[in-house]
Design a protein around this ligand. Sequence first.
Ligand code: SF4
Length: 172
Amino acid sequence: MTGRCTFSRVEVEAGPSLSESAARLRERICGRLGRSLHVRQVDAGSCNGCELEIAATTNPLYDLERFGIHLVASPRHADVLLVTGPVTRNMEIALRRTYEAAPEPRVVVAVGACGSSGGIFGEGTYAAVGGVDRVLPVDVYIPGCPPRPQAILNGLLVAMGVREARVEPLRG
Ligand code: SF4
Protein backbone atom coordinates (compact mmCIF):
# COMPACT_ATOMS: atom_id res chain seq x y z
CA MET A 1 0.00 0.00 0.00
CA THR A 2 1.18 3.51 -0.66
CA GLY A 3 0.04 6.98 0.37
CA ARG A 4 -1.91 7.99 3.42
CA CYS A 5 -5.29 6.88 4.57
CA THR A 6 -7.58 9.78 5.50
CA PHE A 7 -10.44 7.55 6.52
CA SER A 8 -10.46 9.00 9.98
CA ARG A 9 -9.69 12.01 12.12
CA VAL A 10 -6.31 10.47 12.97
CA GLU A 11 -4.36 9.54 9.88
CA VAL A 12 -2.71 6.13 9.85
CA GLU A 13 0.44 5.86 7.80
CA ALA A 14 0.09 3.02 5.34
CA GLY A 15 3.73 3.15 4.26
CA PRO A 16 6.09 1.95 7.04
CA SER A 17 7.25 -1.64 6.95
CA LEU A 18 6.63 -3.95 9.87
CA SER A 19 10.22 -3.65 11.08
CA GLU A 20 10.11 0.16 10.88
CA SER A 21 6.83 0.34 12.76
CA ALA A 22 8.08 -2.16 15.31
CA ALA A 23 11.31 -0.24 15.94
CA ARG A 24 9.44 3.04 16.41
CA LEU A 25 6.91 1.39 18.68
CA ARG A 26 9.57 -0.22 20.88
CA GLU A 27 11.47 3.07 21.11
CA ARG A 28 8.37 4.94 22.25
CA ILE A 29 7.31 2.29 24.73
CA CYS A 30 10.75 2.03 26.30
CA GLY A 31 11.23 5.78 26.33
CA ARG A 32 7.86 6.76 27.75
CA LEU A 33 6.51 3.87 29.73
CA GLY A 34 9.75 2.20 30.74
CA ARG A 35 8.52 -1.28 30.00
CA SER A 36 5.12 -1.95 28.55
CA LEU A 37 1.80 -1.02 27.03
CA HIS A 38 -1.31 -2.89 28.12
CA VAL A 39 -4.10 -3.41 25.64
CA ARG A 40 -7.61 -4.67 26.38
CA GLN A 41 -9.34 -6.03 23.29
CA VAL A 42 -13.13 -5.71 23.21
CA ASP A 43 -15.29 -7.55 20.69
CA ALA A 44 -18.39 -5.38 20.47
CA GLY A 45 -20.01 -7.45 17.74
CA SER A 46 -17.49 -8.37 15.06
CA CYS A 47 -17.56 -11.40 12.76
CA ASN A 48 -14.24 -12.42 14.39
CA GLY A 49 -12.23 -11.68 11.25
CA CYS A 50 -10.64 -8.73 13.02
CA GLU A 51 -9.95 -10.89 16.08
CA LEU A 52 -8.03 -13.35 13.92
CA GLU A 53 -5.75 -10.54 12.74
CA ILE A 54 -5.33 -9.20 16.27
CA ALA A 55 -4.47 -12.71 17.42
CA ALA A 56 -1.96 -12.93 14.57
CA THR A 57 -0.03 -10.02 16.07
CA THR A 58 0.88 -12.35 18.95
CA ASN A 59 2.13 -15.23 16.78
CA PRO A 60 5.85 -16.01 16.36
CA LEU A 61 6.05 -13.93 13.17
CA TYR A 62 4.79 -10.63 14.62
CA ASP A 63 5.31 -11.43 18.31
CA LEU A 64 3.81 -8.26 19.72
CA GLU A 65 4.98 -9.04 23.25
CA ARG A 66 8.63 -8.62 22.29
CA PHE A 67 7.87 -4.90 22.06
CA GLY A 68 6.39 -4.79 25.53
CA ILE A 69 2.79 -4.82 24.34
CA HIS A 70 0.52 -7.14 26.28
CA LEU A 71 -3.11 -8.06 25.71
CA VAL A 72 -4.70 -8.02 29.16
CA ALA A 73 -7.86 -9.59 30.55
CA SER A 74 -9.18 -6.60 32.46
CA PRO A 75 -9.87 -3.01 31.39
CA ARG A 76 -8.60 -1.93 34.81
CA HIS A 77 -5.09 -2.84 33.65
CA ALA A 78 -5.42 -1.28 30.20
CA ASP A 79 -3.78 1.77 28.64
CA VAL A 80 -5.59 1.16 25.36
CA LEU A 81 -8.99 -0.28 24.44
CA LEU A 82 -8.81 -2.04 21.07
CA VAL A 83 -12.42 -2.32 19.96
CA THR A 84 -13.87 -4.28 17.06
CA GLY A 85 -17.39 -3.77 15.89
CA PRO A 86 -19.93 -2.96 14.74
CA VAL A 87 -21.28 -2.24 18.20
CA THR A 88 -24.33 -4.40 18.57
CA ARG A 89 -27.18 -3.14 20.70
CA ASN A 90 -26.59 -6.06 23.05
CA MET A 91 -22.98 -4.94 23.60
CA GLU A 92 -23.50 -1.19 23.91
CA ILE A 93 -23.86 -1.07 27.70
CA ALA A 94 -21.03 -3.55 28.24
CA LEU A 95 -18.76 -1.43 26.04
CA ARG A 96 -19.59 1.73 27.98
CA ARG A 97 -18.87 -0.05 31.27
CA THR A 98 -15.58 -1.38 29.96
CA TYR A 99 -14.56 2.15 28.99
CA GLU A 100 -15.52 3.52 32.41
CA ALA A 101 -13.48 0.77 34.09
CA ALA A 102 -10.29 1.68 32.21
CA PRO A 103 -8.04 4.21 33.99
CA GLU A 104 -7.28 7.63 32.52
CA PRO A 105 -5.67 8.57 30.21
CA ARG A 106 -7.30 5.76 28.26
CA VAL A 107 -7.04 5.63 24.51
CA VAL A 108 -9.71 4.06 22.30
CA VAL A 109 -8.78 2.42 19.02
CA ALA A 110 -11.51 1.33 16.58
CA VAL A 111 -10.44 -1.68 14.55
CA GLY A 112 -11.69 -2.61 11.09
CA ALA A 113 -14.27 -1.14 8.77
CA CYS A 114 -17.04 -2.19 11.15
CA GLY A 115 -15.40 -0.64 14.19
CA SER A 116 -14.63 2.51 12.23
CA SER A 117 -18.01 3.08 10.62
CA GLY A 118 -20.33 0.14 11.06
CA GLY A 119 -18.96 -1.33 7.84
CA ILE A 120 -21.23 -3.63 5.89
CA PHE A 121 -23.57 -3.84 8.87
CA GLY A 122 -24.37 -0.13 8.71
CA GLU A 123 -25.50 2.16 11.50
CA GLY A 124 -28.71 2.49 13.40
CA THR A 125 -30.22 -0.86 12.50
CA TYR A 126 -32.37 -3.01 14.75
CA ALA A 127 -29.27 -5.00 15.73
CA ALA A 128 -26.33 -2.60 15.55
CA VAL A 129 -25.65 0.89 16.83
CA GLY A 130 -22.85 1.28 14.27
CA GLY A 131 -19.19 2.29 14.53
CA VAL A 132 -17.44 2.49 17.89
CA ASP A 133 -17.59 6.30 17.83
CA ARG A 134 -21.36 6.10 18.14
CA VAL A 135 -20.74 4.92 21.71
CA LEU A 136 -17.24 6.02 22.79
CA PRO A 137 -14.82 8.83 21.91
CA VAL A 138 -12.49 7.15 19.43
CA ASP A 139 -8.91 8.37 19.15
CA VAL A 140 -7.55 6.15 16.40
CA TYR A 141 -9.21 4.33 13.52
CA ILE A 142 -7.66 1.32 11.80
CA PRO A 143 -9.57 0.71 8.57
CA GLY A 144 -9.61 -2.53 6.64
CA CYS A 145 -11.77 -5.64 6.45
CA PRO A 146 -9.98 -6.98 8.28
CA PRO A 147 -6.87 -4.82 8.80
CA ARG A 148 -3.55 -6.60 8.45
CA PRO A 149 -1.41 -7.18 11.57
CA GLN A 150 1.00 -4.49 10.32
CA ALA A 151 -1.84 -1.97 10.22
CA ILE A 152 -2.87 -2.92 13.75
CA LEU A 153 0.71 -2.49 14.92
CA ASN A 154 0.88 0.89 13.24
CA GLY A 155 -2.44 1.90 14.79
CA LEU A 156 -0.99 1.08 18.22
CA LEU A 157 1.92 3.37 17.40
CA VAL A 158 -0.52 6.19 16.68
CA ALA A 159 -2.37 5.37 19.90
CA MET A 160 0.92 5.64 21.76
CA GLY A 161 1.34 9.16 20.37
CA VAL A 162 -2.15 10.10 21.54
CA ARG A 163 -1.42 8.73 24.99
CA GLU A 164 1.90 10.55 25.20
CA ALA A 165 0.16 13.83 24.40
CA ARG A 166 -2.25 13.26 27.29
CA VAL A 167 0.33 12.10 29.80
CA GLU A 168 2.85 14.85 29.10
CA PRO A 169 0.89 17.68 30.80
CA LEU A 170 0.37 15.47 33.88
CA ARG A 171 4.14 15.16 34.27
CA GLY A 172 4.41 18.92 34.66
S1 SF4 B 1 -14.21 -5.25 9.48
FE1 SF4 B 1 -14.50 -7.14 8.25
S2 SF4 B 1 -13.38 -8.72 9.42
FE2 SF4 B 1 -13.69 -6.97 10.83
S3 SF4 B 1 -15.61 -7.44 11.93
FE3 SF4 B 1 -16.17 -6.20 10.10
S4 SF4 B 1 -16.70 -7.73 8.51
FE4 SF4 B 1 -15.53 -8.80 10.12
